[in-house]
Structure formats: structure tokens, C-alpha cells
Ligand binder design. Structure first.
Ligand SMILES: Nc1ncnc2c1ncn2[C@@H]1O[C@H](COP(=O)(O)OP(=O)(O)OP(=O)(O)O)[C@@H](O)[C@H]1O
Ligand SMILES: [Mg+2]
Length: 572
């Protein structure tokens, strides 16, 4: 499971194998030189004491200087190249992830909270960066250095070396045990943090509802629980960490005590030197230092691995839209048909039951029905966001299942029920980043009768709109989305009318806009205001997922069925 998740990321690391190799070499040389320095200093001191002649230590001092220099240079190389490679690798992963996520099937976005998706792309990728630099490289460096230090201790004076190392195994065992515990607690800390974030995001998104319905208490209580979990576990993790460090400290004091005691005796007996004692004390502090950090580093490692697993699971539990780039690329003429279409978002609860709709090129039809009847669902199927469970959706006779999505969608235009406005100018929101001459955009606005409105905005077409268009009204958002659809000049237009009621002037504009939009193209109007659709070629009445009536406005009125009821209720 873990191995499989890690495997997914190996190619990203391999791409920079040369840089990683340089990092590794930098690390090895940096460790070697810093392990060598105490040994050289020992020689300086011992030679000085034995010969009392500066000339004899000159060579050793030069060696010390070279070792120090090499150490500084290669440590820099290790850190510089390591971080450079790390950031590049993360950047690649982040881009790939974002690209993949943007190609997910639409159902993923109703399943996964957006906070979670963002966490995967940002935090979890960042954790993986820690894996490389703060984790793997420095962990290797520490372990390598610990081994070197032990080697030097035993090489310089085997007897004394073994004696001062006696407390080390105990420190290692404790570090591993407590480190493991700390890590488990950290897991809870992270869990609480994620929950806090998801909760906060949800509350902030729905802050209007929270404030209007006085939900503050409920919302805060829930937050309190998560933040208490966070507090308690964080506290526990800190305490355990201190215990761990103190254990390592105690071991190191015992080692130093043994060094002074046994080293002293050995030196008096002529079986050791002052230089040995001094170098040993350096090695010991180098040895125990990283040991205290070991739990932090393991935690970083585990954190990174758990992020890898999370990203991997996230990618596995969501699938990409099929045929986004490959598949059948045909020139869309504008004939559209739903043939005996069944569809269910969730198994065994059919939302559409045997829907038949046939629109010829240039025709306009309307779909009306109660809320929840399945109208927007039909639009979703036409866009290829979902596939029918039975039956076919055909454009010009081509099955959408095997059609290239990015290709045929170019011919489709839509005005969604809830218009989405991106952060950017009015112009950006109309062109959506495609190149259109300014004059065309202005003409489109004039045709739709909204040019006056736009001119009255502080900066006209260049007025900045905030995220989700929070600084303009619903009606205005709709009108902008009309311009958006018209300028892209689709062969097939799907207009899912917003349910919100608007003033009669905007309503007039929207009605007029709808008529203009419909001109010369296949149009499917999902209408709530029946006034908009009197002139379409055919009206389909959808009820609980079935087409129950079909015909022109006049025909349906004469039938005195559901449509007639609708009509009557709107024009009492
Ligand atoms: N993403 C989804 N996952 C699960 N069920 C869904 C999803 N979207 C819609 N539904 C369900 O499918 C049914 C049809 O929804 P749809 O949005 O097509 O209705 P509608 O006719 O457009 O209604 P309205 O007039 O209110 O816009 C509803 O019962 C709804 O609960
Ligand atoms: Mg709808």
C-alpha cells in the first residue's frame, strides 16, 4: 500500500537524479570532513603537548583549515542543490496534480470538499518537499555521521570508545520508542488541524446562513471540539518530545562522565591522551545532538509518506474524464438527440427515465418541469459530464461516449443556472481568456442591450469583478453570462434559466437576450418563465424524470395537461 503510493512519485525524483546525486555527494563529503575535524584537532593537541614545537603542528593545522573549508563548501552544495532539486520536483508534482484534478470527472467535485483538494495540492506536496530536504537527506547525513563518529571513537581508542558508547544503545532504543509515540500523537494533531480547516472553510463559505440563522453557537462549539483535540494532542506531543530529549541528554551526560572518569584514569596511566579526551567530547556531542532530533526527523518522514499515501489515494479514488483529448472529433452541425435515456447519480435512484428528445439543426426547444424534475441533469448529459446508464446522447448521430470532449464542447455554449463569475474584469469574464476584438465584445453587449449598463460601471468593460461576482447582482451576472455565450457563438446553446426572480426591466433584457442567443443555432432552453419560450419549436414537459407532454405552446395549452397548469399558475 505505502510502497505502491511511494512508487507513484519515484519518476519525479528520478528526473533530477543528477542533482540528487550531487546532493548526496555533498552530504557525504560534508559528513566526512566534519567527522575528521575532531580527529585532526586531537593530533594538533597531542603533538603540541608531546613536542612543544609549533612547526610540528603546522601541517595538521593546514589540514584542519582544508577540512573546515571543504565542510563549508560541501554543506552549502548539499543544501543549495538539495533545495533546488526539491523545489523543482515539487513544482512538477504540483503542476501534474493540478492538471489531473482539473481533468477529473465532474462527479469528483460534488464528492470531494474543495478544501481537501486544495490541501492535497498545496500542503501535502509541501510535506513531500520536507521529506527530501529536512527528512531524507538530513536523516541520512545524521546516520552517516553517527556511524563515522562511532568509527573514529573506536579507531582512536577502542577501549575508551566502547566504554563511553555504553549508554548509546539505551538512548537509541528510547528515541525509537518515544519517537514512535510522538509520531502517533502528531498524527492526531494533523487530523485535528485538517478538521479545523475543513470546518472553518465551510463556515466561511456559508457565513451568511450562519449569521442569519444564529448558528454561531453550534458552529463555535464544533470548532471548540476540534481545537481542544488539537491543543491536547499538541501539548502531549511536546511533553513526550521533551522526555525524549531529556533521555538523550541523560545518556550523553553519562557518556561524558564515563569519558572524564575512565579517560582521566587511562591518561594518567599513559594509555590515553588529553587530545583523545577533547576529541571524544566533540564526537559525543555530535553523536547525541542528532539523536535528539531523530524523532522530529522520523516525524517529518512519516508525515511526508502519509502525504504521499493521501495524494495517491485521492488520485486513485477519482478518475479522469474519458476521451478528453482523444476520441471521435467531428465537426458539430447541431443535431441533438437523447434516445431512451436513463440516468442515475446514485445507484438505483433514476433521475431520468426513458427520456427522448430530438432537436434538428437550428431548431429550438424548451424543457419545463418542477424543480428536481431532472432538467439540469439533461444539460449535464449533453455536455458529457455524465454518461447515461442506458440509452444514448447523440450529437449529429455520434455517440457522446466516444466523442472527444474538449473538441465537441467547443461547439456548445451554455448559460448555467448559477452563473459563475471568475475574479477578473467584466471583459475577462465575457471572453474567458479567448481572443476577441474589443469591438466584437462591445457589439455583443449592444445587441443584448447591456452596453449601457456596462458603460455605467466605474471602469466599463475593465471593471474588476470579485470572486464569484459578489460585487454585482444576480441579474447582472446572468447578463454577463449571456454575453459570454453569444461572443463564443456556439452551434448548440443550452440555457438553464436561473430560478431567481428579477425585476421586470432585467427580465425584459433577459427575454430579449434569450431570443437573440437562440437565433441561428440549435437551442435548448430550460425555462422557468414560460414567457421566454412561447416561440420555440417544441416544448417538452418533464415530470419526475419522464417526458410527459410534448408540443408547441398552443398545442400544450389546448391539451389542458401539466403545461396548462404551469401556465395558469404563472399568469393567474
Ligand atoms: N450531483 C448530484 N448528485 C446526486 N444527485 C443529484 C445531483 N444533482 C442533482 N441530483 C438530484 O437529481 C434530481 C434532478 O436534479 P436536477 O438538478 O436535474 O433538477 P432540475 O430539474 O434542474 O431542478 P431545478 O428546476 O430546481 O433546477 C434531483 O432530485 C437532485 O436531488
Ligand atoms: Mg436545474
Amino acid at each position: 500500500m505505502r510502497r505502491e503510493s511511494i512508487k507513484r512519485f519515484i519518476p519525479y525524483f528520478l528526473k533530477y537524479k543528477l542533482l540528487l546525486l550531487v546532493t548526496l555527494i555533498g552530504m557525504i563529503i560534508a559528513s566526512l570532513t566534519s567527522a575528521l575535524i575532531p580527529y585532526l584537532i586531537k593530533n594538533v593537541i597531542d603533538t603540541l603537548i608531546a613536542t612543544k614545537n609549533f612547526a610540528n603542528i603546522k601541517n595538521f593545522l593546514i589540514l584542519v583549515a582544508i577540512a573546515v573549508l571543504l565542510n563549508i563548501v560541501f554543506k552549502l552544495i548539499q543544501i543549495y542543490v538539495g533545495n533546488y532539486a526539491g523545489q523543482r520536483i515539487m513544482q512538477d508534482i504540483r503542476l501534474d496534480l493540478f492538471y489531473t484534478v482539473s481533468r477529473f470527472k465532474i462527479e469528483s467535485f460534488s464528492k470531494e470538499p474543495s478544501g481537501k483538494i486544495i490541501t492535497r495540492i498545496t500542503n501535502d506536496v509541501e510535506n513531500m518537499n520536507d521529506l527530501l530536504n529536512a527528512g531524507l537527506v538530513s536523516l541520512f547525513a545524521d546516520l552517516f555521521f553517527i556511524l563515522l563518529a562511532i568509527g573514529f571513537l573506536i579507531y582512536i581508542n577502542p577501549k575508551l570508545g566502547l566504554i563511553v558508547l555504553l549508554p548509546l544503545p539505551i538512548a537509541v532504543i528510547f528515541s525509537l520508542y518515544l519517537g514512535n509515540r510522538v509520531e502517533k500523537i502528531y498524527e492526531k494533531v494533523r487530523d485535528a488541524l485538517t478538521k479545523m480547516n475543513i470546518h472553518m472553510q465551510e463556515v466561511l463559505t456559508g457565513i451568511h446562513v450562519v449569521q442569519i440563522f444564529d448558528m454561531e453557537k453550534i458552529v463555535i462549539d464544533k470548532f471548540k471540539k476540534f481545537s481542544r483535540d488539537f491543543r491536547d494532542n499538541f501539548y502531549k506531543s511536546q511533553v513526550t518530545n521533551v522526555v525524549l530529549r531529556q533521555t538523550v541528554n541523560i545518556s550523553s551526560y553519562i557518556s561524558i562522565f564515563l569519558l572524564v572518569l575512565v579517560g582521566g584514569i587511562l591518561t594518567i596511566k599513559g594509555m590515553g591522551t588529553i587530545g583523545t579526551i577533547i576529541s571524544f567530547s566533540s564526537y559525543l556531542s555530535y553523536l547525541y545532538g542528532p539523536l535528539g532530533d531523530l524523532s522530529d526527523k522520523f516525524s517529518i518522514l512519516q508525515n511526508a509518506v502519509s502525504s504521499m499515501v493521501k495524494i495517491d489515494e485521492f488520485l486513485k479514488s477519482n478518475s479522469l474524464e474519458e476521451n478528453y483529448e482523444d476520441g471521435n472529433k467531428f465537426e458539430v452541425q447541431g443535431n441533438l438527440a437523447l434516445k431512451d435515456v436513463y440516468f442515475a447519480y446514485e445507484e438505483n435512484s433514476d433521475v431520468l427515465k426513458g427520456v427522448n428528445i430530438d432537436v434538428k439543426k437550428g431548431e429550438s426547444i424548451a424543457i419545463v418541469g418542477f424543480t428536481g424534475a431532472g432538467k439540469t441533469t439533461i444539460a449535464n448529459l449533453i455536455f458529457g459530464f455524465y454518461e447515461p446508464t442506458k440509452g444514448d446522447v447523440l450529437i449529429d448521430g455520434f455517440d457522446l461516449r466516444i466523442a472527444c470532449k474538449s473538441h465537441f464542447r467547443k461547439y456548445l455554449g451554455m448559460v448555467l443556472q448559477n452563473v459563475f463569475i471568475f475574479k477578473g474584469t467584466v471583459l475577462d469574464n465575457i471572453t474567458l481568456g479567448d481572443e476577441f476584438p474589443l469591438e466584437d465584445v462591445e457589439n455583443v453587449c449592444k445587441t443584448l442591450g447591456i452596453y449601457d449598463y456596462i458603460e455605467r460601471l466605474p471602469n466599463g468593460l475593465n471593471t474588476e469583478l470579485s470572486t464569484e461576482g459578489k460585487n454585482i447582482s444576480l441579474g447582472e451576472r446572468q447578463l454577463i453570462s449571456f454575453a459570454r455565450a453569444l461572443i463564443h457563438n456556439p452551434r448548440i446553446l443550452i440555457l438553464d434559466e436561473a430560478t431567481s426572480s428579477i425585476d421586470s426591466h432585467t427580465e425584459e433584457l433577459i427575454e430579449k437576450g434569450t431570443r437573440i442567443l437562440m437565433e441561428g443555432r440549435t437551442s435548448i432552453i430550460i425555462a422557468h418563465r414560460l414567457s421566454t419560450i412561447k416561440h420555440v419549436n417544441r416544448i417538452y414537459v418533464l415530470n419526475k424524470g419522464r417526458i410527459v407532454e410534448e408540443g408547441t405552446h398552443e398545442e400544450l395549452l389546448q391539451r389542458k395537461g401539466l403545461y396548462y397548469e404551469f401556465y395558469k399558475s404563472q399568469y393567474k
